[in-house]
Ligand binder design. Structure first.
Ligand SMILES: NC(=O)c1ccc[n+]([C@@H]2O[C@H](COP(=O)([O-])OP(=O)(O)OC[C@H]3O[C@@H](n4cnc5c(N)ncnc54)[C@H](O)[C@@H]3O)[C@@H](O)[C@H]2O)c1
Length: 377
């Protein structure tokens, strides 16, 4: 069992604080971290249907066994992952199911799965009985380094990604790094897009670490994988504690996401392009757009593309051969982004590795000509 690490997120005005606990096989000690939240309460576990309770010796089985000892009652609800299911239909299913089980004001929700389960489970926690306590147990790399931390919850709609949701912080985040062993390679690589993002927005040393150790990280070797998860959570915690509602600095966490969300939404959240892959392409596009605007040197853009390639991710939308896109539709989709203010698009750009810039005065013709360079029709 690897050593357990703890990060405390403390909002600067004291609005919230909670721990992120990181370690290998820590699910086996889950009660020592969450007992005070669930003791004698009704607990709802919303879990990814990839996990199968009937098979002993798995993480869900251990979770259920452990919490059943101290909770008053445990109800397990499985849902399908994938962005195409992070929608109103699944939300409505969850609401009905939990209300039918006579949820109480002090009931607790535990989300056990990837970012889709965490986002929708967090959202349902925030609206049921005007807000229930919830705990995140992320099971994908992407969810461990990003979506489980920071309290953004929500669902997708045909109009755009995450347009319906809340800011609602969990009581605790439990990250078991051993749970990643069963993650399909494609999903693992997708998670690295968000890890790379943290290095690019504010930490050149972290970027160097990712370059030097990529082989060990890709193969989930300890202590490298634990280190990058810990580092990513640290960076995200720092930003979120300063700016929970994205009034300022938090926007830089969206590096690559403006383009990524437009692609995902335009494709109807098809699994030809999963979220982390879209983010990887979006990050490279943000650097190429920075180069086009004369903000960033070509050598920096090439370093970013090379790092993305090392982590087995795409750098250009044209590399995804099973999809076809229309530039004008992507251009329109960019305007459904939550960062649009007074009709103006906001992009997170960069002047070099470790340096993010928030830019909202780019001429629309420049964006259109950039999309011509990026998207083959
Ligand atoms: N709230 C936020 O701040 C935030 C940040 C980043 C991303 N997100 C959201 O996160 C979502 C993407 O999350 P994701 O990439 O985790 O997708 P996901 O939840 O769809 O999971 C991806 C796949 O991995 C499988 N899986 C999960 N854990 C597994 C395990 N341990 N072993 C084997 N298979 C496993 C799932 O069944 C699924 O097929 C998107 O909706 C994105 O918008 C939210």
């Amino acid at each position: 069992m690897s050593k357990t690490k703890k990060i405390m997120i403390k909002e600067i005005n004291g609005k919230f604080q909670y721990p992120i606990i990181i370690g290998g096989k820590i699910i086996l000690q889950i009660n020592s971290f969450i007992e005070s939240h669930i003791k004698n309460k009704k607990v709802f576990v919303i879990y990814d249907n990839y996990f199968d309770l009937k098979k002993n010796n798995n993480f869900l089985y251990f979770l259920n066994q452990s919490i059943s000892i101290i909770a008053n009652e445990v109800k397990l609800i499985s849902i399908k992952s994938r962005d195409k299911n992070k929608n109103l239909k699944t939300l409505s299913f969850l609401i009905n199911k939990i209300l039918k089980y006579n949820v109480e004001r002090n009931s607790v929700i535990i989300t056990f799965g990837g970012g889709v389960i965490g986002d929708i489970g967090g959202f349902v926690s925030s609206i049921l009985l005007r807000g229930l306590n919830y705990i995140q147990i992320p099971t994908t790399l992407l969810a461990q380094v990003d979506s489980s931390v920071g309290g953004k919850t929500g669902i997708n709609t045909p109009q755009g990604k995450n347009l319906v949701g809340t800011f609602y912080q969990p009581k605790c985040v439990i990250i078991d790094t051993k749970i990643l062993k069963t993650l399909p390679k494609r999903e693992l690589y997708a998670g690295f897009a968000e890890v790379i993002k943290y290095s690019l927005i504010m930490d050149k040393n972290f970027y160097n670490y990712l370059v030097i150790n990529y082989n060990k990280i890709l193969n989930l070797k300890e202590p490298y994988i634990d280190y990058i998860i810990h580092k990513s959570c640290q960076i995200k915690s720092k930003i979120v504690s300063e700016d929970e509602k994205e009034d300022g600095i938090r926007a830089i966490l969206n590096l690559g996401h403006t383009f990524a969300h437009a692609f995902e939404s335009e494709l109807g959240y098809k699994s030809d392009l999963i979220h982390g892959e879209a983010v990887a392409i979006g990050i490279c596009m943000a650097y190429r757009l920075s180069r086009k605007l004369g903000i960033c040197k070509n050598s920096e853009v090439e370093k970013v593309e090379n790092l993305i390639l090392k982590y087995k991710l795409p750098t250009k939308i044209n590399q995804i051969k099973t999809i076809s896109l229309k530039r004008k539709n992507i251009f329109k989709k960019l305007f459904s982004d939550k960062k649009v203010k007074e009709g103006k698009l906001t992009f997170i750009l960069s002047s070099g590795i470790g340096k993010a810039i928030i830019k909202n005065d780019i001429n629309e013709n420049t964006i259109l000509s950039f999309l011509e360079e990026e998207i083959n029709e």
